[in-house]
Design a protein around this ligand. Sequence first.
Ligand code: ZN
Length: 145
Amino acid sequence: MGVPRFWREIPVRYRMIGSRCKLCKTTYYPPRIVCPKCKEARYEGDPVMEAEQFSGKGFVRSYTAIHVGPPGFQDQTPYTMAIIKMDEGPRITGQIIDCDPKQIEIGMPVEAVLRRIRQDGDTGVIYYGYKFRPDTNSKKKEKKK
Ligand SMILES: [Zn+2]
């Protein structure tokens, strides 16, 4: 991803703004213009999607340990990638940090934090984005299939 595109996406990345469909109420992150369910971009002349501020909280639905990272991530291995079910509904893939990988389990509550994602080796540009850490203030959610 180039720098200009990255900066355009900052409101989404730094404030975790998603979108909610006015018709079916489904939430999305990253935000979308067209609702994949309703196949509509506009409703009665207005955009069908409304901006929605996410809490950044959710819980682990599944996870996997990464031992061989893609370019730009090698210095972070091994790490754990998880599918996070956000409290608002969408599922987000993210890295779990700030905990012993052995402690990670399905149903573990997590919260989003802004962290360095990777550094571009050639330009030195550092990219930031969301990672997830254990949410110690939240009770463990019930396990779901
Ligand atoms: Zn919809």
